[in-house]
Design a protein around this ligand. Sequence first.
Ligand code: CA
Length: 248
Amino acid sequence: MIHSSKTQRFDSDIRQNSESGQMKILVVEDEQKTGEYLKRGLTEAGFVVDWVQNGLDGQHLAKSEPYDLVILDVMLPDINGWQIIASLRESGITTPVLFLTAKDSVEDRVKGLERGADDYLIKPFAFTELLARVRTLLKRGTAASPSNTLQVADLILNLPSRQAVRSGQRIVLTNKEFSLLELLLRKQGEVLPRSLIASQVWDMNFDSDTNVIDVAIRRLRSKIDDPYDIKLIHTVRGMGYKLEAIDA
Ligand code: CA
């Protein structure tokens, strides 16, 4: 009873947020004054704001809750901002991240951008400047939100842009190869018979004489599997193909 009413309340909160179009921002900032200032300012600007004061809580929330943006301080009492963003990107979390840093060295900027930061703001900053950066990132961020991507191991497919990236490297695929890979990712762990692949990707009935699927799989493997240790596409003899990350 208690459990179900809790769940309902949670669901209606989410609905209210999406109906009112309010975006959720996570602020990870250990300094009391800056944190309060950000929370108050962003809330007044119409955002739903969660503020935490240490890195581990921030990392946990960013991985478990659907935020539209994370504002991340670099120097935190436990794990730092670099570690958090590396961990998020490794987990396939593509939420835009705006870094706040007191460090104004070129080296730090390069390090942050390499690890997947989307933008920077050097402390102290004006709130209007922060708000402008936040709005820009939110506009940009919608194209790469997690629901628009599919991932297995270190392979990420961006559906709107139809781009494939493995280990941070862009892989050029034909339209059919992308569709084939998308199907395999959507059904990962399941054995897909050739007949299913033929109907879904080629929109044709399977003819046992044609080896079009095997040829396409071979080409796809040469691009997404051959250069890497962990193999993703597997032949299930007599049955079809399956996508799964297996260390060779
Ligand atoms: Ca700090």
